[in-house]
Design a protein around this ligand. Structure first.
Ligand code: HEM
Length: 450
């Protein structure tokens, strides 16, 4: 298996990921399915993918997201209440935001109250998702293991966890199907009109496959984005102060923090999120691609001839840390994403050219027809959580040994959030201490929102 690393950033990204006439997802994606039933994520066939993408896209239209937002805010309120209860004590943000994100995505997929934020019993669910990423990632990078049925070995070792995970999803799907199509503002409600009336076994059904993708793709990733943002902000007083000032001067009260022009005007918030996504891309695997089987012409990308059967891709982490595009790539600098503020027209032109180069190379959600369909929701969720956290609290890194959990020490970069690639990412920390702001009352706002 060959691989193209992104040494010259400009071309291979588009040539690979925006070239769906000639390039498709690699066969390794198909190894992630069982029973030959594909989801929007792992289907290779271009026409089937387009149809599925159109279907799934309904859940992310502006209208659907607006309808879903109150359910999202309800989950964020649970998180805020818990921060209040644990004021002045260190909070492990990997756990806290992991629970929040999975509760949100369970609401989004199937209107289900997973309640990992408040109850212990379903907390195996995010752990099981990470496990499924881990096992799938092995086949994705080493398909030979799949051939020798390594997945069956993992199935055997993790049988109990896998069965528990699948039974819970089955319960979620069944309880949703028992309700009226439009009983909840969720994915099912957005797509129910277009679903086949299925006689298929539950685990082979379209609802099952797509809901499963939502749960796996939309929980862990957003949790990592938010956690990384807290890591960097708690270590950079200047960025923290600038963001706090922006949030606290944009809104008149906490109930106003929702989607709309005010949230949209928070340019520095968006810059902080993009910078966290660049520094710590939640999907850190190589997204392998291959030449479309029916394409008979030689494939040349960015001057590289790609022999038939080769898997190739651009690694998002390495691209995001290419110093020729992102100067000082290991420094958290949200300002790099802001429009130029210099009065000198020549300098402004150069700044804008540099910014365009970065925007073209920003691939944390990938690009092209297989890019992330959940991107608008991911931004909304991350923006709301950061803005509301800063509205109701001041926060800082914990002191003592807990304060350094999450730092990347073994590569000599303590300023970087340490993550491990399991297709998505595993991590721990940071531990953050929250102090309620005296000038605002979360309890009062929660009462008015209830
Ligand atoms: C910060 C958060 C997120 C990041 C960084 C992210 C990143 C990505 C990336 C890089 C891909 C391309 C994967 C590939 O080519 O193999 C992808 C695809 C996808 N994402 Fe996300 N994602 C995020 C949030 C979400 C959310 C919230 C959802 C839904 C609830 C979601 C659903 C999907 C789906 C369904 C695909 C497959 C799209 C297709 O193949 O057409 N993602 N995401």
């Amino acid at each position: 298996m060959a691989q193209i690393w992104n040494l010259d950033a400009k071309l291979p990204l588009k040539g690979i990921y925006q070239n769906d006439d000639r390039v498709t997802k690699a066969f390794t994606y198909e190894l992630l399915t069982r029973n030959g039933v594909y989801s929007v994520f792992n289907t290779l066939d271009r026409d089937l993918h387009r149809a599925k993408r159109k279907l799934v896209g309904h859940a992310f239209s502006e209208r659907s997201i607006r309808a879903f937002e109150p359910a999202l805010i309800q989950q964020v309120d649970v998180y805020l209440k818990q921060l209040l209860e644990s004021s002045r004590k260190p909070v492990n943000m990997t756990q806290k935001l992991g629970h929040l994100a999975v509760d949100i995505v369970a609401q989004l997929a199937l209107g289900y109250d997973l309640e990992t934020q408040i109850r212990e019993d379903n907390r195996f669910f995010p752990r099981a998702m990470t496990l499924s990423f881990f096992v799938g990632n092995i086949s994705h990078h080493f398909p030979i293991f799949h051939k020798v049925h390594t997945n069956m070995v993992f199935d055997y070792i993790f049988y109990a966890t896998r069965e528990r995970f699948i039974r819970l999803i089955e319960k979620m799907v069944r309880s949703r199907l028992a309700l009226d199509k439009h009983a909840k503002p969720d994915f099912y409600s957005s797509v129910a009109h277009a679903l086949p009336s299925e006689a298929a076994k539950m685990r082979d059904s379209v609802v099952w496959k797509e809901a499963m993708v939502f749960l796996v793709a939309g929980g862990d990733t957003v949790a990592t984005a938010m956690t990384a943002a807290f890591f960097y902000l708690s270590r950079d007083p200047a960025c923290y102060a600038r963001l706090a000032k922006e949030i606290r001067s944009t809104f008149a009260n906490g109930n106003d923090i929702k989607s709309g022009p005010q949230l949209g005007s928070c340019q520095y918030l968006r810059a902080c999120i993009d910078e966290a996504l660049r520094m710590s891309p939640p999907v850190s695997a190589n997204l392998w691609r291959q030449q479309v089987a029916t394409d008979e012409e030689p494939l040349v990308i960015d001057g590289h001839y790609i022999p038939r059967g080769t898997l190739f891709g651009v690694n998002i982490y390495s691209l995001s840390h290419n110093a020729a595009i992102f100067p000082e790539p290991f420094t958290f600098k949200p300002e790099r994403w802001l429009p130029s503020s210099t009065a000198d027209p020549k300098a402004a032109e150069a700044d804008e050219a540099a910014r365009k180069l970065m925007l073209d190379a920003f691939a944390s959600f990938s690009i092209g027809p297989r890019n992330c369909v959940g991107k608008p929701l991911a931004y909304l969720e991350t923006s709301l959580v950061l803005a509301k956290s800063l509205w109701y609290f001041d926060f800082e890194a914990a002191s003592g040994p807990l304060g350094s959990v999450g730092e990347c020490k073994d590569r000599g970069r303590p300023g970087e959030f340490y993550m491990e690639d399991v297709f998505s990412s595993t991590h721990d920390g940071p531990f953050i201490v929250f102090h309620p702001r005296e000038s605002v009352s979360l309890e009062k706002d929660l009462d008015t929102r209830a």
